[in-house]
Design a protein around this ligand. Structure first.
Ligand SMILES: Cc1ncc(COP(=O)(O)O)c(C=O)c1O
Length: 394
């Protein structure tokens, strides 16, 4: 049977991780994988998470199934967190899914049920999993222009020229904040323009929120998705708690549908449940229960928010220091865009040859398209990273 198949393409992030692990140089630095690392190069378990876990360990009395739609207290608390009061909750339906990826899977599959072979427009570039996930769901991915590697900024006019030309048969996948891989984001005014365009064309919006709280703050980062939720009759949102709660391996996410009326909301909910049942039957509970406990306890929630703020400020500090270190070494402000970017990643705009040179000569690993995980740069090695970038540019 397997002779009919070829090896599947390797995910470039995990391929790079394999190369990094095989490198025997002690001084190696991994800027590939998107996980937060503190000054000790560790990905810590957040304090509020540890406390919630302990509470669950002491108080949980059963491990029986939670049901197809998952942990309802968890889904409702995430709904309040992301949407605030931007939308009438009676039109929202949600199911829990394994991570942001599982949530995207449920939603893309639902789009494909509503619009078989429909076109989904994703940013150029985007998180590498968006494109294959659209294909696997039975949808046709296309790009909309997004990033100008020469300036490090969003090509907003070109992006809008594509979005304005869409029809009500099309769907658009937007990053809520902290765009992956580029780090370049829409301003609030630009989100207003996007909302207006989607309203006019009727193109359907699917928003991917994997980094809420990593940009400017929980409220600030929700501006765009709330704008769409308040302006559009219908949309979808995939939420991941992997990064902002540091629950990566627990696989915690929520798939949301906002619909035109409660009748359609019930249809969407039954369809999402049907997809969950046929895909993985029920989501894992442990991570979701951790988030539910944190969100329900004012002291734990305050502790979580404070720790998230620390992570955000750490990333901002690394961005500023790296931009400064490159400026000092190169006498140019060409990399100042690093301080305008937000979230874990920035795309440096280096060629594949330059990326390979840095890997070979400096043992610094970044993706071939020169995406770096800012949160992966050890604070005491910023100078080394800056040296490597400047030397590759010569
Ligand atoms: C843009 C984007 N969407 C979704 C995800 C998926 O996150 P999860 O690990 O929760 O599946 C990621 C993770 O890197 C991401 O960067």
């Amino acid at each position: 049977m397997f002779e009919t198949l070829k090896k599947a393409p390797v995910d470039k992030i995990f391929k790079l991780l394999g190369e990094f692990r095989a490198d025997e140089r002690d001084e190696k630095i991994d800027l590939g994988i998107g996980v937060f690392k503190d000054k000790n190069k560790q990905t810590p378990i957040m304090r509020a998470v540890k406390k919630a876990e302990k509470q669950i360990f002491d108080e949980q009395t059963t491990k029986t199934y939670v049901g197809v739609s998952g942990n309802r207290g968890f889904c409702d608390s995430v709904s309040d967190l992301v949407f605030g009061d931007s939308v009438d909750k009676s039109a929202i339906r949600s199911v829990q899914a394994p991570g942001g990826t599982g949530s995207l899977w449920v939603l893309l599959t639902l789009i494909a049920r509503a619009r078989p072979n429909g076109k989904v427009y994703v940013s150029d570039p985007s998180w590498p999993n968006h494109w294959p996930m659209c294909e696997l769901a039975g949808l046709e991915p296309n790009f909309y222009p997004y990033f100008d590697a020469k300036t490090g900024k969003v090509k907003f006019e070109e992006m809008m020229a594509t979005l304005d030309g869409l029809t009500s048969d099309d769907s658009v996948l937007l990053h809520a904040c902290c765009h992956n891989p580029t780090g370049a984001n829409l301003t609030n005014e630009q989100w207003d323009i996007v909302a207006k365009s989607l309203k006019k064309t009727g193109a359907f919006a699917l928003v991917d929120s994997a980094y809420l709280g990593f940009g400017e703050g929980l409220e600030e980062d929700a501006y765009g998705l709330r704008k769409l939720a308040s302006e559009l009759d219908e949309m979808m949102l995939a939420f991941s708690a992997s990064k902002n709660f540091g629950l990566y391996r627990e696989r915690v996410g929520v798939a949301f549908c906002i619909t035109k009326n409660p009748e359609q909301a019930d249809i969407a909910f039954s369809q999402m449940g049907n997809i969950v049942r046929a895909s993985f039957s029920q989501p894992p509970d442990h991570g979701a229960e951790i988030v539910r406990v944190i969100m329900a306890d004012p002291a734990l929630r305050a502790e979580w928010e404070a720790e998230l703020k620390d992570m955000r400020e750490f990333i901002v500090r690394i961005r500023e220091k790296l931009a400064l270190a490159i400026r000092e070494r190169s006498n140019s402000s060409n990399f100042d865009f690093l301080t305008e970017h937000m979230g874990m990643f920035s795309l440096l705009g280096l060629s594949k040859e330059q990326v390979d040179k840095i890997k070979k000569e400096d043992a610094i690993y970044m993706l071939d398209d020169s995406r770096i995980s800012i949160a992966g740069i050890p604070e005491n090695e910023i100078g080394k990273v800056a040296d490597a970038i400047v030397s590759a540019l010569r």
